[in-house]
Design a binder for this molecule. Sequence first.
Ligand code: NCD
Length: 320
Amino acid sequence: MTNQRRADGSLRHLVTLDGLSRTELESLLEQAQRFVRPYGAPAPADSALAGVTIANLFTEPSTRTRVSFELAGRRLGATVINIDPQLSSSAKGESMLDTVQTLESLHVDGFVIRTAEPGLIPYLAAHVGAHVSVFSGGEAHLSHPTQGLLDALTVRQRKGERLEQLSLAIMGDIRHSRVARSAASVFRELGIGELRLIAPAALLPSADEFPGARRYSSPEEGLRAADVVMTLRIQKERMAEAEIPDADAYFARFGLTAPRLRLARPDAIVLHPQPMNRGIEIASEVADGPQSAIRDQVRNGVAVRMAVLARLLQPRAAPA
Ligand code: NCD
């Protein structure tokens, strides 16, 4: 497993949530909560990362994660640059490590990386200079740590800090989902009462993954009395053409519709990491309905990324 820590035990990289203790997770979530502002209020502004430079390097599409990492860095006073791999030397065959090392020479202190290649983010974390931090913005199907944290923050805001009584149902393409893996990791460590996985057999993960989770091939069974329902997009980009389910048949069987949501608790909340495919994994009336916490997830994404950047890059900041 990746060593994410400095010699003193503090976190240096955030590649995975595995190995973070409940105390560490709760402390990051509490710090994130301090950066949350009501809708319509001015964004938080801080100078904790004055003098720090952060580079976003995303080789898979992203709207929310990239933009919220960028805003998070700026709102902490850091300089943030976005590298477009299409326009940079990686289009000429330069390896990601060469790109990262070039940017290190330009005094970049932190890298936020999204990639479809499993293992690349831990590899880079192991090879950057000792003063540099690497943050995952999503690694293949494996992990998406800041998404896991923002999901946990959203559930805590809506349901309170004690998760022992809660049942979380994840529905959709779990097999190919880094969001589901990071959610399972953080909610397990925070002591969630129950984790259920609902998907057609072909989209359920292998039996050894998601220890302790209950598996369902029927939404009607899996959604019953759930407190939190997380729906996921079908990850077509991680499938062969022949594996991609027919959209209409999938919605009929596994779409989160209003009648299906009524099987969960009346006060259940709905999560979706976005981008949403309305009419495939979720009905519009659910996505936009009163039980949806999807917009809170987006807002919380900036707060969580501010907390993570501030915590890990603080040692690089110029003394006040
Ligand atoms: C997700 C991702 O890229 O893993 N999006 C996100 O970061 N919020 C989910 C997805 O693409 O389906």
